[in-house]
Design a protein around this ligand. Structure first.
Ligand code: AHM
Ligand code: MG
Length: 341
């Protein structure tokens, strides 16, 4: 059995001249994940669900789980010394980090501390998503520019799914590996080495309640999934948890496509490029799948805003390509044009 800590150190060899900074950063994220997991697991017992504002028996103010997760990850990254700025879905602006220990910090972290907020209070899987870049500024606290790099410059990305068991899945650009938390020893243990997403799948994941609002190509794809065609295994199954981490994790293992398209109301989609689109794209591509906004590779989009949104189609390569084909055919003009470069 190999723990996450042992695995990270062993894999450091894949980076010649590495001094272990990224390894320490990943270890810090793993520790924060365990603390968040502990709270997620007792969420029904302690008064941490719902709104903030309460006070617990120790006289401490009660935090909503997403606020708690945000604080834990920021605290771990600020104290760890390897991170010069954090951008969080929970914060309006970046959090520059300057402390003695982080003078030479080389990395910035973009994070969605608790994804799937609508599932927090109802005991359905939720997750954390993180994305790591090497800074482009020289020194001192990190800047917005450090956090606004195209996804293809990510040096690592991962997610934690707090589900029936808790798993951490990450990539540093050398494949994808998954670790399951063994609560008896409090360690993430390698359980899914070298994860590969099947080239073809039979699951489509999309919030069909928004059907009337979808682009024509996406509507056509849904009808394609529902059509009877024994030769290709259709109709496909529809599976939608409403927590991107959990939906993607299932599709990564079983094969499938996850779609959160542009809608009439939200022409850029709902999900965020920095905290959701890019890290999940990096993982899916590293697992042999494909990630697109319907027209372009997500990781080639140059972000212009911190909380920028992006339409998302990601999963098994042949399924993503079918969605792209129908979008090109029926919606030849993208609702949004980015700078791709
Ligand atoms: P959140 O970051 O506020 O939790 O929102 C992101 C979540 C994703 O996990 C999920 O895929 C999506 O929102 C679900 O949205 P919807 O309820 O519109 O289907
Ligand atoms: Mg989110």
């Amino acid at each position: 059995m190999q723990t996450l800590g042992q695995f990270i150190i062993e894999r450091q060899k894949e980076f010649p001249f590495s001094k272990g900074h990224l390894s320490r950063l990943l270890r810090d994220l793993g520790i924060a994940a365990k603390i968040v997991n502990r709270e997620v697991n007792k969420a029904g017992l302690v008064n941490i669900l719902g709104e903030t504002g309460g006070v617990n028996v120790q006289g401490e103010s009660v935090k909503k789980l997403d606020v708690f997760a945000n604080e834990q990850f920021i605290a771990a990254l600020s104290a760890g010394g390897e991170c010069c700025a954090v951008a969080s879905e929970e914060e309006d602006d970046i959090i520059p980090i300057q402390s003695d220990v982080s003078r030479d910090a080389k990395y910035v972290v973009l994070i969605d501390p608790l994804d799937g907020s609508s599932n927090i209070d109802v005991n359905v899987s939720i997750g954390t998503i993180f994305s790591i870049y090497r800074r482009i500024s020289d020194s001192g606290p990190g800047s917005r520019e450090d956090c606004l790099q195209a996804g293809r410059h990510q040096v690592a990305a991962g997610y934690i799914v707090y589900g029936s068991s808790t798993m951490l899945v990450y990539t540093t650009g050398h494949g994808v590996n998954g670790f399951t938390l063994d609560p008896s020893i409090g360690e993430f243990c390698l359980s899914h080495p070298n994860l590969r997403i099947p080239e073809e799948g039979k699951i489509y994941s999309i919030n069909e309640g928004n059907y009337q609002d979808f682009p024509e190509g996406v509507k056509k794809y849904i009808k394609y999934c529902q059509a009877q065609d024994p030769a290709t295994g259709r109709p496909y199954s529809s599976r939608y948890i409403g927590s991107m981490v959990a939906d993607l994790h299932r599709n990564l293992i079983k094969g499938g496509v996850f779609i959160y398209p542009a809608t009439k109301k939200s022409p850029n989609g709902k999900l965020r490029l920095g905290y959701e689109g890019n890290p999940m794209s990096f993982i899916v591509e590293q697992a042999g799948g494909k990630a697109s906004d319907g027209y372009h590779r997500i990781m080639d989009i140059r972000p212009t805003e911190l909380h920028q949104r992006v339409p998302i189609v990601l999963g098994s390569t042949s399924m993503v390509e079918k969605v792209e084909e129908l979008i090109r055919q029926h919606d030849p003009v993208a609702s949004n044009e980015y700078f791709i470069g």
